[in-house]
Design a binder for this molecule. Structure first.
Ligand code: ATP
Ligand code: MG
Length: 406
């Protein structure tokens, strides 16, 4: 068999390096199993794969030769729990193959580099050649084939890695960044209050990154808010689902409550009471759906309803924790994440949110809780809250689907 024929038979696999999971103690295997399940779900529709775990790495091995590895890599880049990803060539576990087969494969990684080094990892300690020998010999072969390169062991442009494993050896160049975080589902379930703005999709992404399985709730106030405003929010949910997985989406009819509020409560407390009522409804849906926390896109001091005093009044209406991962971020930092996760362009589409309907001219920035409670108690919102919960519409936003056009 010629060298070229042999190279054509070689297989490319993807190595997924686990992040923080690697540091877990006794629970490590539970975290890893959830991650593998998430990866399998994510790769459905992209072919069949064999997978195995070893030393905080998941080896994803395509069964069919026609698997589109670019697509697979793109999917895996969105899976939380993976910090680094790399494509690797599987070669026979003997020195001749290790020294010859990867040379063509490495062209793409090495042609634009100036310096490189070779590292070797021998999981199979029985393999006759020791690491320094593997590195020196493959390094020599690489220098022969790519004479423009020189070796730099301290700060190379590219590190070529040889891994000697149980059945095969794998050779790869540098890895790319994965999504980081913890596997979705390892930190329980949370209900994201999703508006059409920039902040709440980012908040959802940040909590999902820490392993929270998201559901989303959106309050709409037709005819003050349009169908397009709701579609915009569904589109945002689709966009974050690329990272967060399928999202159960609850859409709450909020018009009657807002009108009653406007007619019966002091204008300057309108927003704060509205937010307390949103929290109340969201918590009732959390109970039904077994979600243990609320998540919002609030950031300290960003607007009147997000001052310390306003947040104190909002939280007083909450029986479960409210997580606000954007609380300490500046708008520009939130925008940076929104751009990274590709929600920004949708978020800035100019459709109104129910929060902007009937906004008071002079909202209280330092509301007193007892005043707020008294004002809220002056009207019986309970029947309306119950009706809003009953009439909440439910749908599922499927991971990575792009169905909404606005
Ligand atoms: P965002 O950019 O996320 O819209 P914002 O800065 O516009 O946030 P607010 O409108 O005060 O801030 O809303 C604060 C938070 O309340 C939002 O981040 C979101 O979590 C929640 N929220 C606001 N409006 C709605 C809505 N219509 N449906 C669901 N949640 C909402
Ligand atoms: Mg908003």
């Amino acid at each position: 068999m010629t060298n070229n024929e042999r190279v054509n038979l070689l297989k490319e696999i993807i190595l997924c390096k686990f992040g923080e999971i690697a540091l877990k103690g006794l629970n490590k295997s539970t975290f890893e199993s959830v991650l593998v399940k998430n990866v399998k779900r994510r790769l459905k529709g992209h072919g069949s794969f064999e997978m195995w775990r070893a030393q905080s790495t998941l080896y994803v091995y395509p069964v069919n030769d026609d698997t589109d590895m670019d697509e697979v890599l793109d999917e895996l880049k969105h899976v939380f729990g993976i910090v680094k990803l790399c494509r690797a060539l599987e070669v026979e576990k003997n020195m001749e193959s290790i020294l010859n087969d990867p040379l063509d494969y490495l062209t793409e990684a090495l042609e634009d580099a100036k310096t490189f080094k070779v590292d070797a990892k021998r999981a199979d300690k029985q393999f006759p050649a020791k690491s320094p020998e593997i590195c020196a010999e493959l390094g020599g072969k690489i220098l022969e084939k790519f004479p423009h390169l020189s070796v730099d062991v301290r700060n190379p442009d590219v590190t070529v890695m040889v891994e000697i494993r149980e059945k095969y050896a794998f050779v790869h160049a540098d890895s790319i960044d994965g999504a980081g975080g913890l596997p979705i589902g390892t930190s329980g379930r949370g209900m994201l209050l999703l508006s059409g703005g920039i902040d709440s999709p980012v908040a959802g992404y940040m909590m999902a990154k820490r392993g929270v399985q998201l559901q989303a709730i959106h309050f709409e106030a037709p005819p003050y808010t349009s169908e397009r405003a709701r579609l915009k929010v569904e589109k945002l949910a689709e966009e974050i689902s690329l990272y967060c997985g399928d999202i159960a989406f609850h859409c709450v009819p909020f018009t009657d409550i807002q009108v009653a509020l406007k007619d019966n409560c002091p204008e300057e407390l309108f927003t704060i009471i509205m937010r307390r009522l949103m929290m109340e409804i969201a918590q009732r849906i959390c109970e039904k759906e077994n979600c243990s926390c609320l998540i919002t896109g609030e950031s300290m001091g960003q607007v009147a309803s997000q001052t310390m005093g306003a947040i104190v009044c909002t939280d007083a209406a909450c029986r479960i924790p409210v997580f606000r991962p954007c609380i300490g971020l500046d708008k520009s930092e939130i925008v940076e994440i929104a751009r990274k996760i590709d929600t920004f362009d949708t978020s800035i589409l100019p459709y109104e949110d129910c929060c902007t309907v009937f906004t008071p001219k002079h909202p209280k920035t330092r509301p007193i809780l007892s005043d707020v409670e008294k004002a809220q108690a002056s009207y019986d919102f309970e029947p309306m809250i119950q009706k809003a919960v009953e009439n909440t519409r439910f749908s599922i936003i499927r991971c990575g689907e792009q169905t909404v056009n606005i």
